[in-house]
Design a protein around this ligand. Structure first.
Ligand code: AMP
Length: 412
């Protein structure tokens, strides 16, 4: 069991304490290297501390986890009943939120637990029965545990619905509603979604009471710190172009998105045979394999992570220098989420998208979605087979922009 450790936390006078956060929290975030609150933190923390409902539209990478986690920890104070539920669409996101709560709550005796699907019930049931203050969960598995009476939502004071648009895309709306209905009516509800289309606004007006609306940035635009471009190419040359891009790019870690699981496996195998260290992340992989791929990518064991859109939203992997869309995403909004994996928290990143003639319609819908045209680029020296795509406006470039080159040897 975690000891209560509000020991020797100095008196804090930081930008975080100025938002009303107590010393132990201001100290914990300082230890994590945060200096200034992000805009969503500045807007949401005082509201959450005061007990108000919040509906926030913010892109991933804006610091929204801390925006809800820090004031929640302060409101909870010390260990008691299960009072906070955070719903997340995927196990990866649930794990990430759990980890963030652990870090922020370092100087408290609060307990955090997690439940998600795809693994056995045994340990989760034990954890739930042992008791906790904060539960991070995916909807389906939480409902199973509720049916088995392994936990109850009777004492929930604060409900966080995170990545709501993603939960709806994944068909979780009925599950989310059933869960909300099991929470007490008297509660604080915090609602986060990258976009707020009418269906989501309806859910919000049903679940929230007089929420303060927080909007950070334009929902449709990629972060200004990301340089992104389209690379037209015929389908048969896609892999060769990818390889040249990787060769010419001084990357630290690159996340490659494919449309299908089979496609992701195929690209990973081909890149491995070319000497890259590669992890693969998609929903056909076991939980253990997914954790290994993510951890390996985070620690630098894999310089490349090939993923389907399961990895596109919300995953917080520090220091991704480049994102490659090997396949153009079908859903225009996923483009913003995919390339948002780089350039997080104001770091700069580059994103490349390979576009074939079959992708023209999806590529245009991305441009419509973000309300801007995306530059077409060609790599000089590549033996391009002619495509009508090249007749659109292009710009010749000798090499993609450089960042630090840490894995030079692996690409030979
Ligand atoms: P999130 O949008 O919650 O997934 O956070 C994105 C990333 O930004 C995470 O790596 C956080 O640790 C980091 N982060 C959050 N708040 C701050 C801050 N105030 N200063 C610096 N980094 C932050």
């Amino acid at each position: 069991m975690k000891p209560a450790v509000p020991v020797n936390v100095p008196k804090m006078e930081t930008a975080f304490s100025a938002l009303g956060l107590q010393d132990s929290l201001a100290f914990a975030v300082q230890e994590m290297g945060y200096v200034d609150p992000t805009p969503i933190q500045t807007a949401a923390i005082p509201v959450v501390l005061a007990g108000g409902d919040v509906i926030a539209s913010a892109q991933t990478g804006t610091g929204k986890t801390a925006a809800f986690a820090l004031p929640i920890i302060q409101r909870l104070g010390s260990h008691g009943a299960m009072r906070v539920l955070v719903l997340e669409p995927t196990r990866e996101l649930a794990l990430q939120v759990e980890e963030a709560f652990h870090k922020f709550a370092k100087f408290t005796d609060l307990r955090v637990t997690i439940v998600y699907g795809g693994v056995g019930y045994g340990k989760q049931t034990e954890d739930l029965r042992r008791g906790m203050d904060i539960l991070a969960a995916t909807p389906g598995r939480l409902l199973d545990h509720l049916e088995q009476r392994n936990c109850s939502l009777d004492k929930i004071d604060i409900l966080v619905l995170d990545e709501v648009d993603r939960m709806l895309d994944m068909g979780f709306l009925p599950d989310v509603k059933r869960i909300v209905q099991q929470c007490p009516k008297e509660r604080q509800t915090l609602f986060f979604s990258a976009t707020l289309p009418p269906e989501i606004e309806r859910l919000a007006s049903w679940a929230l009471r007089n929420p303060v609306k927080v909007e950070i940035g334009r929902q449709h635009s990629p972060a200004a710190t990301i340089a992104h471009a389209f690379y037209p190419v015929v389908a048969s040359q896609k892999f060769d172009l990818l390889q040249l891009l990787l060769e010419q790019t001084e990357f630290k870690s690159v996340l490659i998105f494919c449309r299908t699981r089979m496609g992701a496996d195929r690209i990973a195998t081909r890149l491995t045979s070319k000497g890259h260290t590669v992890g693969v992340l998609h929903s056909d992989r076991s939980q253990r394999e997914r954790v290994e791929a993510l951890d390996g990518f985070k620690t630098g064991k894999f310089e490349v992570l090939v993923a389907t859109d399961i990895a596109a939203r919300g995953l917080d992997i520090a220091g991704i220098s480049h994102v490659v869309n090997y396949d153009v995403p079908e859903n225009a909004e996923d483009y913003v989420h995919r390339i948002g994996r780089t350039g997080r928290a104001l770091r700069t990143g580059d994103a490349f998208t390979l576009v074939t003639e079959d992708d023209v319609r999806d590529a245009r819908s991305i441009e419509r979605f973000i309300g801007a045209s995306i530059e077409r680029k060609k790599i000089e020296g590549f033996p391009y087979i002619y495509s009508a795509l090249f007749d659109e406006k292009t710009q010749i470039e000798t090499a993609p922009k450089a960042t630090s080159r840490l894995h030079r040897g692996a690409r030979r």
